[in-house]
Design a protein around this ligand. Structure first.
Ligand code: SAH
Length: 353
């Protein structure tokens, strides 16, 4: 039985699902979920992420984490965490790049937040030789200093969608229409969480919320503010989202969101304003384009140094990867970075208050 058939059955007996329930099933169902069953990243996978494009991405992020660790007095033990590490490439590049920072790796306890058993295996292979702990949820992170990074993690968390109807909202749901999955609307109801959106929306507008993201951000922010550390959140999105941003991608092509759950990646834009609102008591940085952040961290000098060791096709690919990561017409502006840091400390390198 396919996941689609299971969901049709479930809806027939239990009624429509919220978009968040649908997304959680499609991505993380223990038997059929997209992340539970595959390793989707890379040129051969369904989509390619920044760390898979070039080792430089993880390297400069590693150095950013290490520099801020020194700036905050180099605590003798801390958690070095990544949320949603994919194939483990970013962490591997960060660890290699920081190996020569005195004391950094000796003080670091590497913790990966990952729910997919398939991807945990892949991460273990990539990080062979390092001592790594896996946890399911950010709530299980140790209660101590925390240096952490999340690249394209928040966009995979389940969102809810609401359509404005007068001064209240109707939630968008997934139901059954003529034996197919289809979108519908729940009855009207007040949504106090969306009061702030009454000012910038009109009747019929769609807004999205991501309760899981808000909760995870609070977990990170509380540890960082109390014990020190930083959080780097890198994702596709903007300061405030308006409209339907839910999308499905298979084999580098957009496909229908409800077509074949479990076989395509589902993501939604990250609403960084909502994340920032959950950052208290920690401070958050200005939202910064990925290209600007990477340039400030010295990616171009690193690119030039690496270019000296390459030639032919490898050199061409390297130059193209640098451009894709940084250029405003490519990922440079589409992806944004938000930093978390203790209210009493300096913002992370590459970001500003
Ligand atoms: N950071 C990686 C992969 C991004 S894809 C990269 O840049 O290449 C999203 C990752 O988050 C996957 O590893 C996926 O399994 C994980 N993930 C998705 N939802 C999750 C959740 N609720 N809790 C923990 N991990 C999750």
């Amino acid at each position: 039985m396919s996941l689609k058939a299971r969901l049709l059955d479930r809806i027939a007996t239990g009624g429509p699902l919220t978009v968040a329930d649908y997304m959680a099933e499609a991505l993380l169902n223990p038997e059929y979920g997209y992340y539970t069953t595959r390793t989707p990243f890379g040129t051969k996978g369904d989509f390619i992420t920044a760390p898979e494009m070039s080792q430089m991405f993880g390297e400069v992020i590693g150095l950013c984490l290490a520099q801020s660790w020194m700036d905050q007095g180099a605590p003798s033990t801390f958690t070095l965490a990544e949320l949603g590490p994919g194939r483990g490439t970013l962490m591997a590049d960060a660890l290699r790049a920081t190996a020569r920072v005195p004391g950094f790796l000796a003080a670091a306890q590497i913790v990966l937040v990952e729910v997919s058993p398939t991807l945990r295996d892949r991460q273990a292979e990539t990080l062979e030789g390092y001592e790594v702990t896996w946890i399911d949820s950010a709530a299980d992170l140790p209660d101590g200093p925390l240096w952490c990074v999340a690249n394209e993690f928040f966009d995979a968390l389940p969102i809810r969608q609401f359509i404005r109807d007068g001064k209240s909202w109707r939630e968008r749901c997934v139901g059954v229409q003529q034996d197919m999955l289809g979108f519908g609307l729940a009855p009207q109801g007040p949504q106090p969480r969306l009061d702030n959106r009454l000012a910038d929306t009109a009747d019929g507008d769609l807004v999205e919320t991501c309760p899981a993201a808000d909760a995870i951000l609070s977990e990170l922010a509380q540890r960082i503010d109390t014990h020190g550390g930083i959080g780097l959140i890198i994702d596709y999105g903007d300061w405030r989202s308006l409209g339907d941003t839910l999308q499905a991608v298979r084999d580098h092509q957009p496909v229908g969101v409800l077509d074949a759950p479990g076989t395509a990646d589902l993501t939604a834009h990250v609403d960084f304003e909502a994340l920032a609102a959950s950052a208290a008591p920690a401070a958050h940085t200005r939202l910064t384009p990925q290209g600007v952040f990477l340039e400030r961290l010295g990616i171009t000098q690193r690119a030039q140094a690496l270019a000296g060791t390459l030639e032919g096709e490898a050199l061409k690919l390297h130059i193209a990867a640098h451009r894709r990561l940084t250029h405003p017409d490519e990922m440079g502006n589409l992806f944004k970075v938000l930093g978390l840091y203790p209210a009493t400390a300096a913002p992370p390198p590459g970001l500003s208050a």
